[in-house]
Write a protein that binds this ligand. Structure first.
Ligand code: HEC
Ligand code: HEC
Length: 197
């Protein structure tokens, strides 16, 4: 081997080692949104489509709604069984990345048994009472309003109970509407939203 050739080869080795170094660094880089969101899949389902009635689907929720919920869980403003403890492990930047990930997923369709008469009653009440913020039949939400379409009925009932017991703080304008309705009418509204596909 001539010296010239040796230099050329060692130069290539140096380049290869350098490339390895770069990939080692990228492994140590901050986790991607998909990696962060994997930590949620055990409860919120793959890509945010929940498989269990006490766990909300996150797929298709707006970024604002997810970030707002995570901040409220972290500060303790919003009551929780699990999320408060969990949210403490994440930064605002990570909440934003997680919000981007789930808001990009398609709304998850939940198969569940619902009461037809209640769905019909809820359908008549929703536009004038809830439609201002829970827009497009709850498929979307204005600003930080969570999507309710095809959400698990059990989850919605649990959250409504927290609102009515003053454990979760209702937005003022939502409270005005909710206070004007009977518990029976509210139950029908939840059936309506859970049924939207
Ligand atoms: C061990 C189960 C579990 C894991 C893991 C989990 N969650 Fe949750 N999540 C829940 C439960 C249960 C609720 C309902 C609130 C509560 O009781 O804690 C919830 C509620 C939420 C809500 C509110 C949704 C809404 O419609 O208002 C958001 C947002 C959320 N979780 C995000 C996440 C994110 C992001 C992760 C991953 C970083 C995650 N969760 C991991 C169980 C879990
Ligand atoms: C002025 C806007 C507004 C109106 C009107 C409104 N909501 Fe909401 N709703 C919100 C916002 C914002 C949130 C999230 C608030 C929070 O952080 O707790 C929410 C959350 C909810 C949740 C919890 C969902 C979840 O994923 O955790 C339920 C259930 C709900 N609303 C039901 C209703 C019903 C039923 C009506 C009509 C009677 C209604 N809302 C009217 C703005 C509104």
């Amino acid at each position: 081997m001539t010296n010239k050739r040796w230099f050329k080869q060692s130069g290539q080795w140096a380049l290869a080692a350098c490339a390895l170094g770069v990939s080692a660094i990228s492994f140590a880089a901050p986790p991607t949104a998909a990696m962060l969101s994997n930590a949620c899949a055990g409860c919120h389902g793959t890509n945010g489509g929940s498989a269990g009635p006490a766990m909300p689907s996150l797929a298709g929720q707006s970024k604002e709604a997810i970030v707002d919920a995570m901040k409220k869980f972290k500060s303790g403003e919003r009551p929780s069984t699990i999320m408060g403890r969990l949210a403490k492990g994440y930064s605002d930047a990570e909440f934003a990345a997680i919000g981007d990930f789930f808001s990009a997923q398609k709304l998850h369709i939940t198969e569940q048994t619902l009461d037809k008469a209640r769905i019909a009653q809820g359908a008549k009440l929703q536009e004038s009472n809830c439609g201002r913020c829970h827009i497009e039949d709850g498929k979307e939400g204005k600003d930080d309003t969570p999507a309710m379409a095809s959400q698990w009925l059990t989850y919605l009932q649990m959250q409504m109970a927290l609102y009515l017991n003053d454990q979760r703080k209702m937005p003022e304008k939502m409270k005005e509407k909710v206070q004007g309705l009977t518990t029976d009418e509210l139950e029908s509204l939840l059936h309506f939203y859970a049924n939207v596909k």
